[in-house]
Design a binder for this molecule. Structure first.
Ligand SMILES: [Zn+2]
Length: 408
């Protein structure tokens, strides 16, 4: 077969009905992770993914990342001297919140007017299903490619990203050459992702009677000074970060304030300590040290405004810096061509507002990643989350064409 014939055969092997059905099956298996509840993990949905891929004849490994929390990693082909491409999805979903806010029940996977509704419909059981069906279509069509195609269904993306961190330590993970992150980005090719640093700030003062503030050092006053420094910190970070047409500029957002930190809150007691969390979002540019220097400076400036107070901070879960890949990367070129072949339209480019498992792959393994998947970018974590079937089918076709272009 000529190359275009090979591609057409693989695209024709994508069965839209099967894809819709698989997506609905995955949505119907709740995988909200509730720490402390051994039944509220990704285990059941991971088992479904595992069975489906095994039935399709994939080589497969299950890695127990934490108790009851398995990564499922399946592949076709041998890397040999070729490339290894990962189609990546996560199996956990965030809480459904109050079910009464849903017109379509969160785990019923209702199909209405060309949309599938439910928690995870967009983020990201549809993207995962599209990756699975795309890889299966390539296998079923019998087309030959060089290298290895990997499907990874990973745990814990919504929290600490334990699943992808574990994958990076395995032989199959270390051999990856590139990854497509199948997160909901309305099938745009996202070459950039914003980064995040959660700065947990600890402020210490001196406990005293509220009637005699001169006897103490009020950490709440220092906390106020810190909040005062936030706009200046944000401005300095924006100067360090590169501007991007696809990403909102760096932001610093206080998300938690707490005082007292321990003991009972009492109206006439100045507490000894206060705490805050700054949610710092970054665009590509500065390294961890450069970001730390600026946060240090904000803490120091605030502490200087109140004699006796100390302010320290640490990064919760480390630094997840912004990522960027160049348009000249072979993966990007494979996907630009893939979008055209699969949909007949030109590729659209975008950017990811938050961080994803791709952030870890990019920063740990150094491999290029492109985030591209079905579902509106703004819909994740909302009530009545949904995905359009047409976009879902396009995504699977884009994965087929892109993978074959990359692994040719
Ligand atoms: Zn997601």
């Amino acid at each position: 077969m000529a190359r275009s014939g090979v591609l057409q055969a693989a695209l024709a092997a994508v069965d839209p009905d099967e894809l819709v059905e698989l997506t609905r099956e995955l949505v119907r298996i709740p995988s909200v992770v509730r720490p402390g509840d051994p039944l509220a993990t990704e285990a059941a949905v991971a088992r479904h993914v595992e069975r489906w891929l095994a039935k399709e004849g994939f080589d497969l490994e299950v890695h127990e990342v934490a108790p009851g929390r398995p990564n499922v990693v399946a592949w076709l082909g041998d890397k040999g001297t070729g490339r290894s491409l990962l189609l990546e999805g996560h199996t956990d979903v965030v809480t459904e919140g109050d079910p009464r806010e849903w017109t379509h029940p969160p785990f019923a996977a209702e199909l209405v007017d060309g949309k599938i509704y439910g928690r995870g419909a967009a983020d990201m059981k549809s993207g995962l299903a599209a990756a699975m069906v795309a890889a299966a279509a390539i296998r079923r069509s019998g087309v030959r490619f060089t290298g290895r195609l990997v499907v990874g269904a990973l745990v814990d993306e919504e929290a600490d990203m334990l699943g992808v961190r574990h994958l990076c330590t395995t032989p199959i993970g270390r051999e990856l050459s590139a990854a497509i992150i199948c997160e909901p980005e309305q099938n745009e090719l996202c070459l950039e992702q914003r980064g995040v640093v959660w700065a947990r700030v600890a402020i210490r003062g001196h406990m005293a009677h509220g009637a005699m503030p001169e006897a103490g050092v009020n950490p709440i006053t220092a906390l106020g000074a810190l909040l005062d420094e936030v706009p200046a910190l944000e401005r300095r970070l924006r100067r360090l970060c590169r501007r991007s047409p696809h990403l909102r500029p760096a932001t610093v957002t206080p998300t938690v304030v707490r005082a007292p930190v321990q003991g009972v809150a009492q109206s006439n007691v100045i507490p000894s300590a206060a705490q805050a969390v700054l949610d710092v979002r970054l665009t590509p540019g500065p390294d961890a040290a450069a970001v730390a220097v600026e946060i240090d400076a904000a803490c120091r400036a605030a502490a200087q405004r109140l004699r006796g107070a100390t302010i320290e901070w640490e990064a919760i879960n480390g630094y997840r810096l912004a990522t960027r890949v160049e348009r000249s990367e072979p993966l990007v070129r494979a996907m630009v061509a893939g979008v055209r072949q699969a949909t007949g339209k030109r590729a659209r480019f975008g950017g990811v507002p938050g961080s994803t498992d791709g952030t870890i792959l990019r920063t740990t393994l150094g491999i290029p990643i492109v985030t591209c998947g079905p579902g509106n970018r703004l819909i994740p974590h909302q009530a009545n989350e949904c995905v359009e079937v047409a976009e879902l089918v396009d995504a699977a076709r884009i994965y087929v064409a892109s993978a074959l272009n990359f692994l040719k």
